[in-house]
Design a protein around this ligand. Structure first.
Ligand code: PLP
Length: 625
């Protein structure tokens, strides 16, 4: 049966059990406790929460933090590196309170800190970080208030680093720290010449809008020296992009940054910390290659390339090894969330069967089409493809000019579709499939309508063609027989998933199962924990989905630890400035007027108002009766 590449992108967290359900193993270990996602979906619905649901599996966060720290620790030991690793989680990757709270809690033993890129994120970080030994990195453009907030955090004993992003910030940091009489720990974000491959490569290189150029760096350094504050310069920061697919870019970035680090030490700054930003990629398509949705390295290679690069550059002049900081975001949170939704309907590619007898018409269109259909074989596949498409154009022309009826046109289109399906099927026997037939093969799919909004829940799929693993979470011991694409329920033709992970090539459809009567068909979109939640929008007024968090216990049992009800219709209307009370009053007046006009009865008015009221309270997605 079809495994959808789960053994590749699942990273040990997701797999298929003997009864054909997707199971989650939050420890990632072969023998760890695991849980069927289908069972969880049914339990969620039994509690009255409708699909779509964003399911968070809390322990996966802990597992990923542990994995990152243990891998760095191992590599540091193996290489006799004389420094430690301290990670921070960049809040922007998933700002949800529950996520930050869980990371602070589970990261405590590893001193895993937080990174804030705005005032709001800094306030969230200060209120959530429970550990004064963890780092609090302040990136982003900083005004006086931002710096003051950070300085107060220093006063309260937090390890705060003010990272200078733009030249003007140095003076403001100097001024505010004098006002508060605090010696701040300062970092420079430097614009590296190294540019990574991938979709986010403009974070680095000359085109980057962030960071100090070489001469800005010298100016900032001289300003600190002039103020007697060079001893505050402790950190070098860079970030050359998120989801860096190629390990050689990671190594090149680290080597360049270490040369800069060395120069800052030689200039007399104490330094001590090297912050390599984000970039540790997630293998979304499971290909383990340098494709944009993957990475051609393991976490261990990532850690050891960083450690080795630092040693190679800094040992030449006996520069002490710095504390390594990374701001890994997606690698920490991506695995943690799964979007679950049900399929509402299918629009099948398959036309109705060919009738035994063709109707008699006064042209030979239908006969020619029938002939083409019967003729298809491996030897004449291109010719039949040309003919079928030619007759389809002819049928459409004839219809436009009144030459055939609607029923005759429908039959002609059906015959074309049968022919294309036959061509597609037979083409699988060929070693070389002609280009035109390849195109046809890509167009033969059913449309499965999923109860979700791509724009709300998977915005990167729409905005940047992100490939995410999508698959049924049950029936996996049955062979799926239908090639499909998945449409959402917004009225937007971009609201569809039509690119799927594949090891060898870009896949434009996915095999799914036919629907069964009286049985829901559930799909999951995996690895959606990073960036998707807050980047989502209210297109067509579909709001936040229900969110359910679970914790899997060591004995395989699990508990629901939190549920957040998604937006109601009234919620989303309020977001776009509707006044619900005024709306209700208007409807009351409208219905009263309809009685006056004799359109409806008083009883009907009552029913209309009741359904309006119920609609406002309801979920924005498709609800079962
Ligand atoms: N740090 C900075 C400064 C960033 O801009 C980003 C994201 O682009 C990150 C960290 C997180 O990157 P990632 O999610 O690839 O780890």
């Amino acid at each position: 049966t079809e495994h959808y590449g789960i053994e590749k992108w699942g990273a040990g967290y997701f797999s298929i059990n003997s009864t054909g359900d997707v199971v989650v193993t939050p420890s990632g270990a072969d023998n760890g406790p695991s849980l069927s996602l289908h069972e969880v979906a049914k339990e969620i619905e039994a509690r009255g929460l409708s699909m779509p649901v964003l399911l968070r599996i809390e322990n996966i966060l802990g597992s990923q933090i542990k994995l990152l720290h243990e891998t760095f620790r191992k590599v540091i030991l193996e290489n006799n590196y004389r420094g430690v690793y301290k990670g921070v989680f960049p809040i922007k990757v998933n700002q949800q309170e529950q996520v930050i709270e869980t990371i602070s809690q589970l990261g405590k033993t590893f001193n895993h800190g937080l990174e804030a890129g705005s005032k709001s994120e800094l306030i969230a970080a200060i209120s959530m970080l429970q550990n004064r030994s963890a780092c609090l990195i302040c990136n982003g453009y900083k005004d006086e208030e931002f710096i003051d907030l950070g300085l107060y955090a220093v006063k309260m004993g937090f390890q705060v680093f003010f990272v200078v992003e733009v030249p003007g910030e140095v003076d403001l940091i100097i001024e505010r720290s004098k006002v508060h009489n605090i010696k701040p720990a300062i970092g420079f974000r430097i614009k590296l010449s190294t540019q990574a491959e991938g979709k986010w490569n403009e974070s680095g290189g000359d085109a980057s809008v962030f960071g100090l150029t070489m001469s800005h760096t010298i100016d900032a350094l001289d300003r600190l020296r002039a103020e007697g504050m060079l001893d505050c310069l402790q950190l070098l920061h860079y970030h050359i992009g998120s989801q860096i697919p190629n390990i050689s870019d990671i190594r090149a970035g680290a080597m360049e940054a270490c040369r800069l680090y060395e120069e800052l030490v030689l200039e007399g700054a104490p330094m001590g910390y090297l912050d390599l930003g984000g970039g540790l990629a997630v293998d979304y398509d499971g290909s383990n290659t340098n494709s944009n949705s993957s990475r051609n390295y393991s976490m261990e290679e990532y850690c050891s390339d960083i450690v080795e690069s630092i040693i190679t550059v800094l040992d030449k002049n006996d520069i002490p090894h710095p504390t390594i900081i990374t701001e890994s975001g997606r690698a920490i949170v991506a695995y943690y969330s799964v979007l679950l939704f049900n399929i509402l309907d299918i629009s099948s590619f398959e036309p109705p069967p060919i009738p035994d007898k063709l109707p008699v018409v006064d042209n030979d269109l239908l006969e020619n089409l029938m002939l083409t259909y019967n003729m298809v074989s491996t030897r004449n596949i291109q010719e039949c493809c040309n003919d079928a498409l030619f007759y389809r154009t002819q049928a459409r022309q004839l219809f436009k000019h009144g030459g055939i009826t609607l029923r005759e046109r429908a039959l002609a289109e059906n015959l074309v579709q049968h022919t294309l399906m036959k061509i597609s099927k037979i083409s699988k026997e060929l070693d070389h499939i002609p280009k035109d037939v390849q195109k046809i093969n890509k167009l033969i799919y059913d449309i499965y309508y999923g109860n979700f909004s791509l724009f709300q829940s998977l915005p990167d799929v729409w905005a940047i063609d992100q490939i995410l693993p999508v698959m049924p979470i049950h029936r996996l011991n049955e062979m799926p027989t239908r090639p499909a694409i998945i449409s959402d329920i917004t009225c937007d033709c971009d609201g569809k998933i039509d690119k799927f992970p594949d090891i060898s090539q870009e896949k434009t459809s996915v095999m799914l199962h036919p629907l069964k009567d009286n049985e829901e068909y559930y799909l999951g979109v995996f690895l959606v924990g990073a960036y998707q939640e807050t980047l989502g929008d209210l297109h067509n007024l579909f709001g936040d989905t229900n969110v359910v968090s679970i914790h899997v216990n060591d004995d395989g049992s699990y508990k629901f630890i939190r549920e957040l009800e998604g937006d109601s219709v009234a919620d989303v209307l309020t977001y776009v400035e509707y006044d619900i009370r005024a709306m209700k009053n208007r409807l009351k007046d409208l219905a009263e007027d309809a009685i006056d006009q004799g359109f409806i009865s008083a009883r009907e008015r009552k029913s209309i108002l009741a359904i309006f009221e119920e609609g406002l309270r309801g979920y924005t997605y498709f609800e079962k009766e």
